[in-house]
Design a protein around this ligand. Structure first.
Ligand SMILES: [Zn+2]
Length: 241
């Protein structure tokens, strides 16, 4: 048995008898009854997102750092921006994806699509993850039959990049839009944090295609450029129409 100081649920430090839970980098972490007889780190691993939030609120001084946007705020954010499937740009985009055999072959095509966005259709604020997933599955069903696995994967990865960069509610992207989309664009499905490090309200990150408008923000500019690069591959797609 060791003795150590721990903060109790009223926020006060108290000296308690404890035993080691685990050791990492020569640091000993102790078991504690408030943490279900584990150390806080091991305890947190067993909690769901909601439980973690509640736990942080009760035990961490900087719990606000872990606060996330509420479902209802995110819902309004998405529904306000969402355009109907009959929106001209979505129809045009789907049409181009299904008929242009070198959409992903030439970077100019993507640039042209983006120019179209800004010149013809200011209404378009992005796709919802659901709309993107529908377009993805539709394309996959129509155009990948008979392709080698290598070609098919290359194309689908491009399409995942391309569509995921257009998604407004990126935190809702699942594996249904492909592993690459989920891995690189969805922040592993975690909804946006409510505050930045200075406890100021964190603006929700815009879909990457909108970064075309941020030439002075180097971080956003480089994300935009790598989005264009990753959404383009030098593979010719045989289109069956
Ligand atoms: Zn532990």
């Amino acid at each position: 048995m060791n003795k150590t100081w721990k903060r109790n649920n009223k926020g006060r430090l108290e000296k308690i008898e404890t035993t080691i839970c685990c050791i990492e980098n020569n640091h000993e972490f102790y078991k504690y009854h408030l943490f279900n007889n584990k150390c806080s780190k091991c305890h947190l691993k067993t909690l769901s997102e909601t439980e973690t939030e509640k736990f942080m609120k009760n035990h961490a001084t900087h719990h606000w750092k872990y606060e996330r946007y509420l479902k209802k705020d995110l819902h309004w954010y998405t529904t306000d921006l969402q355009v109907s499937d009959n929106n001209g740009f979505i129809k045009l985009l789907t049409y181009m994806l299904n008929t242009t055999d070198d959409l992903f072959h030439n970077q100019n095509h993507m640039n042209n699509i983006l120019k179209l966005l800004y010149t013809c259709n200011y209404e378009f604020k992005g796709l919802t993850s659901k709309q993107a997933t529908n377009i993805y599955n539709d394309w996959k069903n129509k155009h990948t039959e008979g392709l080698s696995n290598v070609t098919k994967n290359k194309l689908l990865i491009c399409l995942q990049h391309f569509l995921a960069g257009l998604v407004i509610d990126w935190w809702n992207i699942t594996n249904e839009l492909g592993g690459v989309a989920y891995c690189y664009y969805a922040n592993w499905g975690k909804v946006p944090l409510l505050f930045d490090n200075n406890h100021e309200k964190n603006p929700i990150q815009k879909p990457i295609f909108e970064y075309i408008n941020s030439p002075n923000n180097t971080d956003e500019k480089s994300r935009f450029n790598s989005w264009i690069r990753n959404g383009t591959t030098f593979v010719h797609i045989p289109i069956i129409s």
